[in-house]
Design a protein around this ligand. Structure first.
Ligand code: ATP
Ligand code: MG
Length: 233
């Protein structure tokens, strides 16, 4: 059978810490997101939003259960898990190499597929008029992504998620570093092609970003204090 089938997420008493003897910065968090649902995650700085995104992918020390399409993520091989779930962090790290290599590190796809993904993600909308800064698959990315803006890096990471056909997309919005235009390109991309058939968790800093979410989660000191439809909060 093909897994993941839909993008259903069940989280049960998930706790996380950054080191063996460090404090739990996420404490007994439980929630469920049905396939295709859009959840906006908000909370003050330091409340654990980014930690939650990392804990879902087991990038840090966790306790508790996460089931993705019915399977416990600890039983899923990490490569499979990380291709079916994409996290777009606040400041994505890229590999040094071409854009093509960043999008498709194992050369599994045609250029047409990669260009479509860049277009869907909105990268070409960032092009300036002069041809000097035209972005193509051959554009060189400096180590870490230093020659791209944070917004461009997030859009590129979004394109990678499209190429991978991830069923769960977790976007940790950049904060001050991102301009309004880039933010709206990302939001538009998520509302169109990209957003179809995927479950979407968005850590948001602008209220506007999450107004049309199906549910909103409010985190406070590592715990969920509200989780429900926007109108009910
Ligand atoms: P922001 O809105 O500023 O991005 P956030 O809600 O994403 O904040 P987190 O980054 O999840 O907050 O941080 C939650 C807690 O975990 C904070 O107390 C923070 O100090 C701690 N923390 C975050 N990253 C690390 C780390 N790499 N090592 C140790 N502690 C960390
Ligand atoms: Mg954060």
């Amino acid at each position: 059978a093909y897994w993941p089938a839909s993008g259903h997420l069940e989280v049960e008493k998930l706790s996380a810490r950054y080191s063996e003897d460090g404090p739990k910065v996420l404490r007994d968090v439980s929630f469920e997101v049905v396939a295709g649902e859009r959840v906006g995650i908000v909370g003050r700085t330091g409340s654990g939003k980014s930690t939650l995104t990392l804990a879902l992918l087991r990038c840090i020390l966790t306790e508790g259960n996460v089931r993705f399409d019915g399977l416990l993520t600890e039983k899923i091989n990490l490569d499979a898990l990380r291709s079916s779930i994409t996290i777009i962090p606040q400041v994505p790290e890229l590999l040094s190499g071409t854009l093509r290599q960043n999008l498709d590190p194992f050369s599994e796809h045609d250029d047409a597929v990669l260009n479509d993904a860049l277009r869907s993600a909105g990268l070409f909308n960032l092009q300036t008029e002069d041809n000097q800064s035209r972005i193509t698959l051959d554009t060189q990315v400096a180590g870490g992504g230093a020659n791209l803006s944070v917004g461009q890096r997030q859009i590129l990471a979004l394109a990678r998620a499209i190429v991978r056909r991830s069923k769960l997309l977790i976007l940790d919005e950049a904060t001050s570093a991102i301009d309004y235009e880039t933010d709206s390109i990302i939001q538009t991309s998520l509302r169109t092609e990209l957003g179809k058939d995927v479950t979407l968790l968005t850590v948001a800093h602008r209220l506007q970003t999450i107004m049309d979410s199906d549910k909103i989660m409010v985190l406070e000191a590592g715990q969920i204090v509200e989780f429900g439809k926007p109108r009910e909060l």
